[in-house]
Write a protein that binds this ligand. Structure first.
Ligand SMILES: Nc1ncnc2c1ncn2[C@@H]1O[C@H](COP(=O)(O)OP(=O)(O)O)[C@@H](O)[C@H]1O
Ligand SMILES: N[C@@H](CCC(=O)OP(=O)(O)O)C(=O)O
Length: 366
């Protein structure tokens, strides 16, 4: 199988503050992608830009901020975006296809399976799948918002060899260089620590959404799924191939030593938690560092309404998210047994129940 590359292009690289599509940029990116394609890579594109491309045509003076206005602008702009890519790829003899997804589609393993089969079929026929969020049906609380996370989930779904996130800046700096001109670029990031997260700020332009923060989040998800990530800029002929070969202008994020199997990727990054469980310091230590299961004795508080088998989020004593797991009790039972020792739980519920609240095999540290 030839190497698979997922490329994400942000709004800031495709449009200016005044909106509308920069056709020159699209044809440049298409020719760079065509060079990868012709070199034998399987390419998948995740593109933003629908809202930015459409808002002027609909009559808004600035990029809208209200959900229904963004959705209307995206409905106009998505067609313009696909038309531009279709033409640009077509001039290199390459066909393209549109795939619109929502966060919800990743929650359901069945829908993800269908999306994945469609993508495989397109690739088999040499067609480049072009993804964006399905803005019309995404509701605020379930939106990707920016496409960085969408690109990470797509990269994991297709088991890509690289995720290339193209933006308007040449990588992650020690601070936003628009505000801190002396900031230094980080060329290689082996582990995405809390400090790395703190370096990354929001968007610097009025058309971009997530800024560097959402790119680092996305890099974390992709690298934990075994996909190395590049975040940076391309601007000259041949830059895309150079970037894939490790010579790009930007930051490279290495994969983690033990990448998560698909089941745990789903649990950690795609599932919907139906409640949360706050645990004490000892339980946090056991779960996060000790590789142990969560026992009732460590549970402090329980929120939400869930059944055994559902996904819940686990918080530390300070309410920081520690991870997610599949819970073995429903919320009412858990309220009854929280803080109890194992023998007290056995007395209360009898010996037929699994003792662990979350088994370590069904747990992901985030
Ligand atoms: N530490 C940082 N290093 C580099 N860029 C940063 C940093 N923090 C914030 N940014 C901002 O992130 C912007 C890129 O994100 P964004 O505007 O969302 O682009 P895109 O539309 O490509 O997703 C940069 O232009 C920059 O202003
Ligand atoms: N789905 C939206 C993405 C919004 C957006 O700005 O994303 P990004 O440029 O990746 O931060 C669109 O196409 O306009």
């Amino acid at each position: 199988m030839s190497a698979r590359i997922v490329i994400k292009i942000g709004s800031s690289s495709l449009t200016g503050d005044e909106g509308g599509l920069n056709e020159r940029a699209i044809s440049y990116f298409a020719s760079e992608i065509a060079s990868l394609y012709k070199a034998g890579y399987e390419v998948l594109l995740v593109t933003s830009g629908a809202v930015a491309a459409g808002f002027r045509e609909i009559g808004y003076l600035f990029r809208p901020t209200l959900l229904h206005e963004k959705q209307a602008a995206a409905a106009v702009g998505q067609a313009l975006l696909m038309q531009a890519y279709r033409q640009a790829f077509g001039s290199h003899g390459i066909r393209s296809a549109q795939i619109l997804l929502t966060r919800n589609d990743f929650h359901s393993r069945k829908r993800m399976g269908n999306a994945s089969m469609t993508v495989e079929e397109l690739l088999r026929h040499g067609v480049i799948p072009v993804f964006n969020e399905n803005d019309t049906v995404s509701v605020d609380e379930l939106k990707f918002g920016d496409n960085d996370m969408l690109s990470a989930l797509v990269a994991n779904m297709v088991k890509a060899q690289h995720l290339i996130i193209i933006t308007d800046i040449d990588g992650l700096y020690t601070a936003d260089p628009r505000k801190h001109p002396h900031a230094q670029r980080l060329d290689r990031i082996e582990v995405i620590t809390e400090e790395i997260h703190l370096l990354a700020g929001g968007s610097g332009s009025s058309v971009g959404t997530g800024g560097m923060r959402s790119k680092v989040e996305a890099a974390k998800v992709a690298t934990r799924g075994g996909v190395p990530v590049f975040v940076g800029r391309i601007q000259e002929n041949g830059d895309m191939l150079k970037t894939v070969e490790g010579q790009g202008q930007g930051s490279y994020f290495d994969t983690t030593l033990s990448s998560l199997p698909m089941k745990k990727q789903w649990l950690g990054f795609m599932s919907t938690p139906l409640g949360s469980i706050r645990v004490d310091q000892g339980a946090e230590e056991a779960l996060v560092h000790g590789g142990h299961s969560l026992l009732p004795v460590g549970v402090l508080t329980v929120t939400g309404s869930f059944h055994a088998g559902d996904v819940v989020e686990v918080l530390g004593p300070d309410e920081r998210v520690l991870g997610r797991g599949i819970v073995n009790y429903d919320d009412a039972q858990l309220h009854e047994i929280k803080g109890l020792s194992s023998s007290e739980v056995l007395q209360k519920l009898g010996g037929f129940h699994r003792l662990e609240v979350i088994h370590r095999d069904e747990w992901v540290t985030l």
